[in-house]
Design a protein around this ligand. Structure first.
Ligand code: FAD
Length: 459
């Protein structure tokens, strides 16, 4: 028998649950389907657990640096990995339970467990049940990409998901992939006590950032003893006893790196291959991401795609914003668009890297006249007080209309401090609003007016 709903949501990522609750409140009979863990990647094997683990790693790091602050520990710092995992699990369970209970208690919302697959543009099968609705919202997210690396099929490897089960200290963790996810795990495990080598195919880390930023991040991580092997163009894997041997170069010695464990962090792929999209006219791009317009509508009327699966964002805040756009347009009579969103994200190494708007490279490529302000974190009183002076801040301003074009803050509290710049960008106000603002002392944010007060032409 066909179950009829007003709306069906596939996936409980960062957009699906709030949309289900909103639709339910509007009296729409809504089904939300989850095949695995309620709350999706961020809650279960993405942001929340990694940031909980990073907090443990930071505690170990600070403990080791105790003497810098005049704090003397009599014994060497020891990390209990099962306690680290148990703490992480408790934090994850709280969030997972919170979302599950929220959905169960929401009026007009039914949470269905199982894998959903389209059987036509407005029909979805979950096990024996066939569900139909005029409105369908896809929020199926993505998963770790597994590269086509010779020998990989014969070696055990970890991804961000299986890393969540690790309750021991790898002796030597090899991380393939020098971008966001790889670097967070690399620093975390180095601080837990592992030897860590990061292998990156490109000539530098975090390729989407400016070259100077990549270099600064690498220097910070090398300072903690993380080893890097860039330009690894001859990647291959082989078993080596209970560990793994990873080939990195076909010409340059050492050609191989031997480690105890291998983590793959080479990007994400959308969960669209097993969604039955071939039974619909929903279009995907060459990489499998669902094509959407500025309101997140797919090529099939009445079907929307939200979150990582639409390729328009890859973050929790972009997925949640997708919910806001869809709900605003469908329920609140607003006219919201994805193109109104300003790129913003952070890389949670310690100290963090926060980025908004355009990079210096993008500003130069745009050909516009721009001003640039740069300041070392060593000038920031708050950073000095904490003995955390690594990194620098950079802001780019349009020389003609005085609007902020972009900023990069690498340093203590960077992920928080950047929001004063971001909010002024959203307000479409000139940067002088900030230079005239009085910020609280002693914070990292208090130096942002000073940073903006000393702009020079970008030559
Ligand atoms: C290690 C790691 C760290 C991260 N850290 C951050 C961070 O610090 N900050 C940040 O902003 N972002 C971070 N992210 C990204 C963030 O997790 C995602 O952008 C965010 O979860 C949004 O995902 P989503 O809403 O698209 O769907 P997801 O959260 O991926 O959820 C999709 C859900 O759909 C389910 N599903 C898939 N297919 C089906 C189907 N056919 N039927 C039923 N259910 C299905 C899946 O099981 C999953 O539960 C991180 C990601 C990773 C991997």
């Amino acid at each position: 028998m066909v179950q009829r709903y007003d709306a069906i949501i596939i996936g409980t990522g960062q957009a699906g649950p709030p949309l289900a609750v909103r639709l339910g409140k509007y009296g729409r009979k809504t089904a939300i389907i989850e095949r695995k863990l309620v709350g999706g990647t961020c809650v279960n094997n993405g942001c929340i657990p990694t940031k909980a683990l990073i907090a443990s790693a930071r505690a170990a790091h600070i403990a080791r640096r105790g003497a810098d602050f005049g704090v003397i520990l009599n014994d060497a710092v020891r990390v209990d990995m099962s306690a680290v995992k148990a703490r992480k699990d408790a934090i994850v369970q709280q969030s997972n339970r919170g979302v599950t209970e929220w959905l169960h208690s929401a009026p007009n919302v039914t949470l269905i467990e199982g894998h959903a697959r389209f059987e036509g543009p407005h029909a979805v099968r979950v096990g024996d049940e066939l569900l139909e609705a005029k409105q369908i919202f896809i929020n199926v997210g993505g998963r770790a990409a597994v590269p086509d690396m010779p020998g990989l099929a014969d070696v055990p490897y970890l991804t961000n998901s299986s890393m969540m089960e690790v309750d021991f200290l790898p002796e030597h963790l090899i991380v393939v992939g020098g971008s966001y996810i790889g670097l967070e795990f690399a620093q975390m495990y180095r601080r837990f006590g592992s030897r860590v080598t990061v292998i990156e195919m490109g000539p530098r880390l975090i390729a989407r950032e400016d070259e100077a930023v990549s270099a600064a991040v690498q220097a910070i991580l090398e300072g903690e003893g993380i080893e890097f092997r860039l330009n690894a163009t001859c990647l291959r894997a082989q078993r080596h006893g209970s560990g793994v041997r990873v080939g990195v170069s076909c010409e340059q010695e050492p050609r191989e790196i031997i480690g105890s464990h291998l983590l793959l962090a080479v990007g994400r792929v959308p969960n669209t291959l097993d969604l039955g999209l071939e039974t619909t006219a929903i279009r995907t791009d060459a990489r499998g991401y669902i094509e959407v317009d500025d309101t997140l509508a797919t090529s099939v009327p009445g079907v929307w795609a939200m979150g990582d699966v639409n390729g328009r964002g890859a973050f929790t805040h972009t997925s949640y914003n997708d919910f806001e756009i869809v709900a605003g347009n469908l329920l609140d009579g607003e006219a919201r668009r994805v193109s109104d969103r300003i790129p913003a994200y952070a890389l949670y190494i310690d100290p963090p890297l926060a980025r908004i708007g355009m990079t210096e490279h993008e500003v130069r490529a745009s050909g516009r006249k721009a001003l640039v302000g740069k300041m070392q974190m060593a000038r920031v009183g708050r950073a000095r007080e904490r003995s955390e002076t690594q990194g620098y801040m950079q802001v780019l301003v349009d020389a003609e209309d005085q609007r902020i074009l972009g900023a990069m803050l690498l340093g203590s509290e960077a992920d928080e401090a950047i929001h004063c710049l971001l909010d002024v960008m959203y307000a479409q106000a000139p940067y002088t609003v900030i230079t005239r603002a009085v910020h609280i002392h002693p914070t990292v944010s208090e130096l942002i007016p000073t940073l903006l007060g000393d702009l020079k032409p970008l030559v």
